[in-house]
Design a protein around this ligand. Structure first.
Ligand code: DQA
Length: 159
């Protein structure tokens, strides 16, 4: 099964931007660790980063028929984008919202997520490890999805 990892605005600046908040690790290094976990656990994984809201929406839509789940750090769009929320609701794929920082102990404007209500869950505040936790969670979701599918096929072998 395949997971699409979508990174929003300014996440390409990890390792440079506000290191006291986001730490020294670069996005490529986070992705390398995620790929190693995915390979070891038989998951397909793809990565996408964009600073543009419309491109993030296009990528979420493209997941339909191409991916089984989404891990999304929408960056600042988390707090503003009804359009990204609508895209997640439209594709109906299990989506995990991720943040490096704990958005609930930061500025008031970051304490609200537009996206969380349409996500399977939210992981926030564990630095780069948030992505690992999200991937472990997605692995669990995939196993549950496969178990349900196998059960349905056993009940209805013709379908
Ligand atoms: C972030 C938190 C957002 O508030 C911020 O705009 C980001 C990164 C995080 O991963 O902690 O760009 O999503």
């Amino acid at each position: 099964m395949k997971v699409m990892v979508i990174q929003g605005p300014n996440l390409n600046m990890l390792g440079i931007r506000e290191q006291q908040i986001y730490g020294p690790m670069k996005l490529e290094d986070i992705h390398r660790q995620m790929k190693a976990f995915a390979d070891a656990n038989g998951m397909e994984i793809e990565f996408f980063q964009s600073n543009y809201e419309g491109e993030i929406i296009d990528k979420i839509q493209e997941c339909l028929g191409d991916a089984d789940g989404i891990i999304l750090n929408a960056g600042a769009y988390t707090h503003t984008s009804i359009a990204i929320r609508d895209a997640i609701a439209a594709v109906q794929l299990p989506t995990i919202e991720v943040h490096l920082s704990n958005i609930y102990r930061r500025e008031k404007f970051r304490q609200k997520s537009m996206i969380a209500p349409v996500c399977a869950g939210v992981i926030t505040g564990f630095g780069p490890f948030s992505y690992h936790l999200a991937l472990v969670s997605m692995h669990q979701i995939f196993q549950e999805m496969q178990a349900i599918k196998a059960q349905q096929q056993a009940q209805n072998p013709q379908s």
